[in-house]
Design a protein around this ligand. Structure first.
Ligand SMILES: Nc1ncnc2c1ncn2[C@@H]1O[C@H](COP(=O)(O)OP(=O)(O)OP(=O)(O)O)[C@@H](O)[C@H]1O
Ligand SMILES: [Mg+2]
Length: 314
């Protein structure tokens, strides 16, 4: 999938899954935090599918007022409501033969969800104010940053629709869990913006690299684009510094004062254990694996450094 930049095992796994799904007509659900690339994946799936020469039509359920969403999706007949001066086809019909991307499906009003479900099951629609059933042949891709399962529990999302759209989920991991991609994407965007703004910046200081690796990237790849754009514009010389990126240098004061090798080693070890534990999402076997030690060794280190807060969740 050529649009997707990323070398990490995590993203490559997602790409392989998406490529397999692309070949089928199965509805898929893209899940991931804001800015992780849900829309990029939706387009890539369409481009890798047998429907690639037909339209790709996207609609964002969160950005269209509730009362307009139905007619946007299903279209309407002339005279269906005040202001309906001529028959208008909706996004679903526009996508005929191709792919419909329903972005922010979690924001679809509950009333409309029933009509959506009917369309997904029977593959026919009726325009607002219309009486004819119109057959539609489209592939549907949905996305959301919301937790649909808990919405189902709270009864704000229909369970039957959830099972219909979510039969084949694709989970896009957040950028902070993809160290390799952080650097690759930073370089990619640096080159793009350097060209675009005819800027001098062409590399990152070591401190900038460390700051990027330590940053949590709550806005994921979109945040990376924004930070890189302003860094390229703001950088004084050819080397981008943490400050240009709006990031705090990984604090030099954090460096241990001591030069005693045993103490230095203990500080480094306990930090590595914490990082591995975070990265492994509190899974102890995985933490041990990342550290290259056995589980018993990990437990004895935790004991030794009194890291009582690190506990097994597996
Ligand atoms: N793997 C990637 N490689 C290159 N660019 C990417 C990648 N993923 C995302 N982008 C870029 O990052 C930006 C955000 O991606 P996208 O809009 O697909 O995210 P999203 O998950 O739909 O976000 P939101 O939830 O905010 O709608 C876009 O400009 C997109 O081109
Ligand atoms: Mg999006």
């Amino acid at each position: 999938m050529s649009r997707i930049v990323g070398n990490s095992e995590a993203i490559q796994k997602v790409v392989r899954r998406a490529e397999k799904i692309a070949n089928t007509d199965i509805s898929t659900l893209l899940l991931g935090e804001s800015g992780t690339g849900k829309e990029v994946f939706a387009r890539s799936i369409h481009e890798h599918s047998p429907r690639r020469d037909k339209p790709f039509v996207a609609i964002n359920c969160a950005s269209i007022p509730e009362n307009l969403l139905e007619s946007e999706l299903f279209g309407y007949e002339k005279g269906a409501f005040t202001g309906a001066n001529k028959t208008t086809v909706g996004k679903i019909e526009t996508a005929q033969g191709g792919t419909l991307f329903l972005d922010e499906i979690g924001d679809m009003p509950i009333g409309l969800q029933a009509k959506m479900l009917r369309f997904l099951q029977e593959r026919v629609i009726e325009r607002v104010g219309g009486r004819n059933e119109i057959p539609v042949d489209i592939r549907v891709i949905c996305a959301t940053h919301r937790d649909l399962q808990s919405m189902v529990a709270q009864e704000t999302f229909r369970e039957d629709l959830y099972y219909r759209v979510g039969e084949m989920p694709i989970i896009i991991p957040p950028l902070r869990d993809r160290d390799q991609d952080i650097i690759l994407l930073a370089r990619t965007f640096l080159n793009i913006y350097r060209e675009e703004f005819k800027a001098k910046a062409k590399s990152f200081s070591e401190s900038a690299v460390n700051a990027m690796l330590a940053h949590k990237w709550p806005g994921n790849i979109r945040e990376m684009q924004n930070k890189l754009k302003s860094a390229v514009i703001m950088a004084e010389g050819t080397v981008i510094q943490p400050d240009d990126l709006g990031l705090i240098p990984v604090d030099a004061q954090d460096e241990p004062e001591t030069l005693n090798l045993r103490e230095v080693r203990e500080i480094a070890e306990s930090r590595a254990i914490r990082r591995a534990y975070q990265k492994a999402e509190k899974n102890m076997s995985r933490t041990a694996e990342l550290l290259g030690v056995t589980r018993p060794t990990l437990y004895s280190l935790i004991d030794k450094y009194h890291m009582e807060d690190i506990k097994s969740s597996d």
